[in-house]
Design a protein around this ligand. Structure first.
Ligand SMILES: NC(=O)c1ccc[n+]([C@@H]2O[C@H](COP(=O)([O-])OP(=O)(O)OC[C@H]3O[C@@H](n4cnc5c(N)ncnc54)[C@H](O)[C@@H]3O)[C@@H](O)[C@H]2O)c1
Length: 257
């Protein structure tokens, strides 16, 4: 049996799966044989990703949910369970960068929105999916997508940095609570990654400048592609990482060392 079947029979729920890092992760998990429930608020992206997955022969379903409405999370998870019967893997990749402003001029509304989508929604998803994993007798993998902004100060991103640092610590505390149920909880912290979220940076030449000098510079001198991040996320879902929990893998090419 080749690597392609390492996740055969497993079901993965990937939030933010309609774009960027979540999309690359959904496709890679499916490539290892997992059935994938793709959750996002963007209908067009969902349709595009799920039909691409179907073309490869993968089992995939689209779940249109706005995670800003955290009340909708229990029903969303119940729907995934109704369709797929189980969830073995949860990847919390949905996130927003929020409005850029100095800490003194940040609006409370932006702070609340960024915290809700980037921290509270992953918390509620860990609860809902974790309860299912425990009720089923334990076993499972949870991967949270944080950011190098959780580990170093970046200007005009105070709510984002606070939310991602919260998610980094939630990763450790959830790992502490869920370890006895054989559930591994880890994080992947991307640095500058070329996705729609960072499209405002510009073309590849502009990215090259950003990662060569200034606050977002990294040791390897190159920006990441979504697949560079997905590789680390998927590793944390594969059998070979079974002894790893409560950890963060940085995929920032050495922006945080
Ligand atoms: N791109 C980067 O440079 C970078 C760096 C560090 C961390 N990250 C993190 O990686 C994750 C993925 O980001 P990306 O770069 O792929 O961005 P992206 O914008 O391409 O993808 C994010 C996805 O999340 C979805 N989403 C956002 N808010 C949602 C909501 N309320 N409900 C449901 N879905 C929602 C979006 O529709 C989108 O499909 C995010 O958590 C982001 O903070 C990205």
């Amino acid at each position: 049996m080749g690597d392609a079947m390492l996740l055969a029979g497993k079901v993965a729920l990937v939030t933010g799966g309609a774009s960027g890092i979540g999309e690359a992760t959904a496709k890679m998990l499916a490539g290892h044989g997992a059935a994938v429930a793709v959750l996002d608020r963007e209908a067009a992206g969902l349709e595009r990703v799920v039909s691409a997955l179907h073309k490869t022969g993968a089992q995939a379903t689209a779940h249109r949910v706005d995670l800003a409405q955290t009340d909708s999370i229990p029903a969303a998870v119940a729907e995934v369970l109704r369709v797929h019967g189980r969830i073995d893997i949860l990847v919390n990749a949905a996130g927003i960068s929020g409005e850029e402003a100095d800490v003194l001029t940040q609006s409370e509304a932006n702070f609340d929105r960024v915290i809700t989508i980037n921290l509270k929604a992953p918390f509620r998803l860990i609860q809902e999916v974790g309860r299912h994993m425990v009720a089923r007798g334990g076993g499972g993998r949870i991967v949270n997508v944080t950011s190098s902004s959780a580990h170093r100060a970046r200007r005009v991103m105070a709510p984002y940095g606070a939310a991602k640092a919260g998610l980094a610590q939630l990763t450790r505390t959830a790992a502490a609570d869920l370890g006895r149920h054989d559930i591994n909880v880890n994080a992947v912290a991307p640095g500058v990654t070329m996705t729609p979220m960072t499209a405002t940076i510009g073309d590849e030449a502009e990215f090259a400048k950003v990662i060569a000098e200034g606050p977002l510079a990294n040791l390897l001198g190159r920006a990441s592609k979504p697949e560079d991040v997905a590789d680390a996320i998927v590793y944390l879902c594969l059998p070979g990482s079974r002894q790893i929990t409560g950890q963060t893998i940085h995929t920032s090419a050495g922006a945080v060392v």
